[in-house]
Design a protein around this ligand. Structure first.
Ligand code: NAD
Length: 294
């Protein structure tokens, strides 16, 4: 599979398109917001295998795989998929980069629903190896295998889920951690700097090399039986969005993009590139270490 179309050239779509194009795939990118040749050229420069198309039909006509990365609005995505029904090849695979919708919600009643999957990349997609893959009971395993192969060629680590659930694995884990982080701050146990320091200097360092179950085995399951038994009743069980986040959003404090969120930002700190550089170095270190061990 070489011919891939990415729909949406925002934060994720552009990154995914550039990732694929820099690993030998012929990539077509479509976004109705790109209207001029100058705008298209600026996205293509440095990526000879990346081409921007100005119509949806032209973008998907030859595609073997179509990756949708348009805004997280169900009706917008569904309208786009319905348009694709008349435009794509009969064998083309359609993947959505949704962060929160289930495949069932996205693919209901579409003619290509048995060739539809979720490919959940992480931001920045050129840098983070993980891609979560979700199929439905009617998805042919061949479809998931083909997409997983393409992702491996691009240096990604695909993880296929056994079930189609909102938030997949990573976003559910991240939300569970955020619920408790916010609870600690809202109940005055610690401030945001203290919580961030604990994760950066402790938990996060281990998580780059070991998952929670590996860490539990290292600690001893007898200890974990006691710790979870004592602590679970103490933890937040909230099922609503946290007040302290809702309050900030109401005041236009959205994080780096508005210059203020939990912290204050100046213009130069508003990009993800320093973090990308650090993650790139960590990923390179992990790969070298794995190669040594095998
Ligand atoms: N940003 C993240 O960290 C992140 C991480 C994982 C998954 N996602 C998911 O990826 C998807 C895209 O998110 P994003 O952050 O890149 O959004 P974004 O707003 O940065 O980009 C979306 C792009 O889609 C374009 N678009 C709108 N309608 C379109 C259409 N009909 N056809 C083609 N393009 C269209 C917009 O012009 C825009 O450029 C969402 O489903 C989001 O939930 C985002």
């Amino acid at each position: 599979m070489k011919n891939i179309t990415v729909l949406g050239a925002g934060t994720m779509g552009l990154g995914i398109a550039r990732l694929l194009a820099s690993h030998g795939m012929e990539v077509n990118l479509y976004d109705p917001a790109i209207r001029t040749t100058e705008a298209a050229n600026s996205l293509q420069t440095g990526y000879p295998l990346l081409e921007v198309s100005f119509t949806l039909g032209q973008a998907v006509a030859a595609a073997e795989l179509i990756i949708e990365a348009v805004p997280e609005q169900l009706e917008l995505k569904r309208t786009l998929f319905r348009e694709l029904e008349a435009l794509i090849q009969t064998q083309a695979i359609v993947a959505s980069n949704t962060s929160s919708f289930t495949l069932h919600e996205l693919s209901a009643n579409l003619s290509f629903s048995d060739r539809m999957i979720i490919t959940h990349f992480f931001n920045p997609p050129e840098v983070i190896p993980l891609v979560e893959l979700v199929g439905s009971p009617s998805t042919s395993p061949h479809v998931l295998d083909q997409v997983a192969s393409v992702l491996r060629v691009c240096g990604k680590v695909p993880v296929m889920l056994n079930k189609d659930v909102p938030g997949f694995i990573a976003n559910r884990l991240q939300a569970a951690l955020m619920r408790e982080a916010i609870h600690l701050v809202e109940s005055g146990v610690a401030d945001v700097e203290q919580v961030d320091t604990v994760v950066r200097e402790g938990l996060g360092l281990r998580w780059a090399f070991k998952g929670p179950f590996e860490i539990a085995d290292l600690g001893g399951l007898d200890i974990w039986a006691k710790v979870t038994g004592h602590l679970f009743p103490e933890l937040s069980g909230s099922s609503t969005a946290p007040e302290s986040i809702l309050d900030k959003v109401a005041h236009g404090e959205l994080g780096t993009k508005t210059g203020r969120g939990f912290y204050e930002y100046n213009e130069t700190s508003q990009t993800t590139s320093p973090m990308s550089e650090n993650i790139n170095q960590l990923v390179a270190y992990k790969k070298a270490k794995e190669a040594q061990e095998h």
